[in-house]
Design a protein around this ligand. Sequence first.
Ligand SMILES: [Zn+2]
Ligand SMILES: [Zn+2]
Length: 430
Amino acid sequence: MSLFRSARISFDHIAGGAAWVAAIFALGLGDGLAISSAHAAGGVVESRTGTAPDRYVYYPGTEELAEGEVRVIACGTGMPDQRRGQASACFLFEFGNGEKFIFDIGTGSMRNINSLMIPAEYLTKIFISHLHTDHWGDLDALWAGGWTAGRPVPLEVWGPSGQTPEMGTAYAVDGFLRAFNWDYQTRAFKITPLPGQIKVHEFDYKQENEVVYEENGIVVRSIPAIHAGDGPVSYIIEYADLKLVFGGDTSPNKWFVKHAKDADFVIHEAFANPDYFLNDYGQPAQLAWRACCEFHSSGPSFGKVMSEINPGHAVGYHTMEEAHAQLLLDIRTTYDGPLSIAMDMMTWNITADGVTERMAVSPDRASGVPGPTRQPPPDPSIPNPTSDFIRSGEWGPGFNAQNEMLDDFRDENGLADVDWRPAKPWYEPN
Ligand SMILES: [Zn+2]
Ligand SMILES: [Zn+2]
């Protein structure tokens, strides 16, 4: 940590690897940017049996946050067509007071969040910038996946209104729960109902820097964004004298420039240029130069915004990694301050002393980590969603084949009172 702890980072991190750093040098960008390949490789090994404590790596679950510290992990940085190596927009904010907020939960991002091995009961507060699926499409995975992984309480979603009620967050979540009604009813019966609820806090998308959340020393404010239609917002987060900004999709807008000014840490979208969308992304030219640059922010526009607000550290996202090198060139035409172009699992620690950046290294096959709270048992008042017709199809020999295994489990866990088998017509105890 100490390697990076020194004040604001003055070098670029893109793609987090020496190859990219080399590419930047090849592009002639190294001049004056103090890029060091040592930073990208990380750590110094002093002996054959030594360790490298300052590696460019964050191992989830191994570091307690200090009071007044915030850790931000990019859990999705790409485009709506999420891919295995890059999910759609999602940033996890972990605060020194124990709170954890998810800012946008784009498609595919839950795979990254789950790899951080955080108990599901701590992942209940979601702030949505706008209702494009690449910013909330994985709510289903958190909702149902967290339910099965032991979350004992409902989710809470904060999000903007729209020009009409049908364009707002409350309508979207209501529709979400209708779409997943079968999922809800069956899990509510089999597991427990409460974690299937979603409490919505919808606020006026037009409000400017008004408080949408205030609790436990954290204040979250919203400002309007300009993107595709009325409704999108960006969030300003205040905690322990730190000001952090999470920008959802937006073209350059006056509210962001005004209210993100001098923030310690500012996330804002940064799109690849029209040539990329035309030549590498399959968009027609008439769309390519509007998608990047009318309802999103291109590299030069992102840089202009950052030059104006002068953040402690700027983070750009929403670009495929293979376009990062060009995006960096585009940004550097208008901004020369501290900068990261985010890739999935990039991790920042933010304190009053400055910002550090590493990559989170986490397992592909992490499974649910239990927290201290146990889910309540099933609610007996909920009707069984399986009819007698379907139950009459249960094939006894298949069920009875597992009796020995289940008898052992029953005895080991004291489940004699709730043995579900004796009521079945096919049950043949050993
Ligand atoms: Zn969008
Ligand atoms: Zn987007």
